[in-house]
Design a binder for this molecule. Sequence first.
Ligand code: G6P
Length: 359
Amino acid sequence: EQTGKSGYDHYMLKEIHEQPRSLRQCLSGRLDELDGRITVEELDEFDTPNSVQFVACGTSYHAALYGAQLLRARGVPANAYYAHEYATGPAPVSADDLVIGVTQSGETADTLSALRTAAGRGAETLVLTNVVGSTAARECDHVVYIRAGPEIGVAATKTFTSQLVGLNLLAARLSDGGSDRRRGLVDALRGVPNGVQAVLDESEAAAVVEEFADSEAFFFLGRGLDYPVALEGALKFKEITYEHAEGFAAGELKHGPLALVTADTPVFAVVTGDGETARKTVGNVKEVEARDAPVVVVTDGAAEAGRYADYVLEIPKTDERLAPLLANVQLQLVAYHMAAGLDRAIDKPRHLAKSVTVE
Ligand code: G6P
């Protein structure tokens, strides 16, 4: 087994470190460096849909939330639904709409069921998946592969970042974005593997989590594209540490969750970019800091959130659509190092399965 882990203590850590390579594989042949075009061969003949509905579970649902925002920013109406909710209570859908399943395994029963419900109502279906020949790949009208390579750890890591990149490719392909905007995205996408490598080389996540050995609960905040990353940070953390962790939309803090914030509840805030979204999250960082919570910001530094934090986990500056991906890598390391410190069964957390094939 040691060989399988290439010298890493766990598959999860190995897979975290494989990301620069898995992301390069995902991008291979899909970016045209000369004219800034994005090509998704599988979708050569595809027209822009009227609207897009994403269906997914778990980590893939967080990717779907991110993908829906990317499409809406490009003027395509899009929403993300939990697959199990959609399967029994679908949104109105017709032949001009596209329903996209996001599922790394292509075998999650809830997601297959939602896709079948959508197909039964006449929608076109597409799956974004990692597994060639999986049930979803066989059943959907279209399939786009994320090419992350096999993932053994139950906690999804490299498949999530490849989903985020795959969703950027899909969003560009499915919308009418001008080539100038695409060129910016193409350059940024090309830089992502190196950005991830820089995070892996320089992360201080291991030292930061050592400070929190006695904490009661852990909160993760973000808004906009940082919101799904906050949710994913909390999910990864609870899956492998067994500690109580919750992800919140930063703007919801004042509508309830703030009551939970104390000096014993570290708050991880994801703050990327320097627009209005980031500035508003900095306001939330100040609110939790005023309640004495230890604050860790995961940031590219643009919004100066670090001024109000006890700890900063830095990410390199990049395009606003891709900064959340780099922030996610810091949060993967946060979860991993906390779980390693607690000596948890990181690759096979209790009660969880890599792929859930029953509804
Ligand atoms: C299981 C796994 C999660 C995963 C979810 C969806 O619950 O434990 O890590 O996110 O299934 O899996 P999928 O293969 O559909 O992406």
